[in-house]
Write a protein that binds this ligand. Structure first.
Ligand SMILES: Nc1ncnc2c1ncn2[C@@H]1O[C@H](COP(=O)(O)OP(=O)(O)OP(=O)(O)O)[C@@H](O)[C@H]1O
Ligand SMILES: [Mg+2]
Length: 396
């Protein structure tokens, strides 16, 4: 598990939200428009800001005025994460803080820092701290136990005040904390899977290691597993057979003109079906299996409403697969409207969103005495939700 807590201020409907002790696998429910997608978009936003810059990340979401919470336009957008990073040979809990505002009509990073608490009482130790494009980073971070005056501070000026310092400095070996954070954020995966993008023949060359956000490289990733991870591929096929009646195999096939297609074998018929002609749910289940059996899990995986297109009784197994993935080291966050999925989720994994006067609050099932009691008595999350025990979750 990598992400421990998250504090959000003025990011769309999330005016003031804090998530603490985030579990390895987390499931969020909430009425339409309460901010589930927005919560996941915080991760997408950070990643976009890192791959491009803050202006681009804002522009993609309708610019600052659209992203900042309505009625709080004069304030800054603030995102703060607590993540576990490998620093000086040990995993340490560090805080990454980012504050974005508008100055002379341009988005500016007002404050960005990466900080580590040296102990319950020691002064916090800053790996880097930047304001409006200038600041410092520490070079001898393995010496963080030394007094402040012995630390080697390197003053730096970034190219522009909308570039993240962890991007500008993260490429330099001498700033390992910035590099570690940068790598972590870059490898987050916020799934935006489109069945139509996954179908059809694909160029045989391109990214094959991880399923892309839209899933358009599904045939390539499948082929990569088929060729290089046969055990995993066999396991995926076995799950497909168990879950989709008739399916007896999936084969990636390279065409003569250099394209890749997936062929789904049905036990009843001799000729396999091209991926273009198999059902939506078949493609989706296959894509999830490919995503969740990734030999190198993403540090964080966000999936919205995985239940869509899938048969309700498969939700228990799907939940188990998400949990397995999170145990292999990739944290998982899922949003759902499915009581069947929720029935397979544990008390400590469930959060629900409540909207009050346009602003979202987040509640943890574990903190609700009544829900906790029912769960101890053997109830299930989905049932409790449907019976209205998630206070404030149902639309009025
Ligand atoms: N700048 C903003 N300030 C305040 N609220 C905003 C802002 N931008 C968007 N919103 C609100 O946030 C809502 C969008 O929330 P979001 O898409 O995250 O909901 P959701 O929980 O994913 O819903 P669904 O279940 O329908 O997918 C919008 O409907 C709007 O009311
Ligand atoms: Mg949504």
């Amino acid at each position: 598990m990598e992400l421990k807590s998250l504090t959000i201020r003025n990011f769309k409907a999330l005016q003031s939200v804090q998530l603490k002790n985030i579990p390895p696998f987390m499931v969020v429910v909430g009425a339409n428009g309460t901010g589930k997608s927005t919560l996941f978009d915080v991760f997408g936003f950070l990643r976009d800001a890192l791959t491009g810059n803050v202006r681009q990340a804002l522009d993609a979401r309708g610019r600052f005025a659209e992203v900042v919470t309505r009625g709080h336009e004069a304030e800054s957008i603030m995102l703060e994460l607590q993540v576990k990073l490998q620093i000086a040979d040990r995993p340490r809990l560090v805080t990454y803080h980012l504050e974005i505002g508008i100055e002379q009509g341009r988005p500016v990073i007002l404050l960005e820092f990466l900080r580590y608490k040296r102990g319950a009482h020691g002064a916090p130790f800053y790996f880097l701290k930047f304001e409006r494009g200038s600041g410092f980073a520490i070079r001898n971070e393995e010496d963080f136990n030394k007094p402040d005056e012995d630390l080697e501070r390197e003053e730096q000026q970034l190219e522009s005040p909308d570039i993240l310092a962890i991007k500008g400095l993260g490429q330099f070996q001498r700033f390992p904390a910035a590099s570690a954070l940068r790598q972590l954020l870059e490898n987050w995966h916020v799934s935006d899977f489109h069945i139509s993008a996954a179908r059809g023949r694909k160029e045989a060359t391109g990214i094959t290691e991880h399923l892309s956000e839209s899933g358009e490289n599904l045939p390539r990733v499948a082929q990569h597993l088929y060729e290089n991870h046969q055990g995993i591929f066999r396991q995926i096929l076995q799950r497909m057979e168990e879950r989709v009646p008739g399916i007896k195999g999936v084969e990636p096939q390279l065409t003569d003109d250099g394209y890749l297609i997936l062929r789904f074998r049905d036990g009843t018929f001799k000729t396999p079906f091209l991926d273009r002609y198999v059902s939506d749910g078949t493609i989706k289940m296959f894509a999830y299996l490919v995503l969740l059996h990734d030999p190198k899990p993403h540090p964080l995986l966000c999936i919205e409403e995985p239940e869509n297109q899938l048969y309700p009784t498969l939700m228990g197994e799907l939940a188990e697969e998400f949990r397995d993935y999170s145990q292999r080291g990739g944290q998982v966050m899922v949003s759902t409207h499915s009581p069947d999925l929720l029935n397979a989720i544990r008390l400590e994994e469930v959060y629900w969103l409540v909207k009050n006067n346009g602003l979202t609050e987040i509640r943890r099932a574990q903190d609700d005495a009544q829900v906790r009691k029912y769960m101890e008595d053997g109830d299930k999350m989905g049932q409790l939700w449907k019976q209205g025990f998630f206070t404030g979750a149902n639309p009025a």
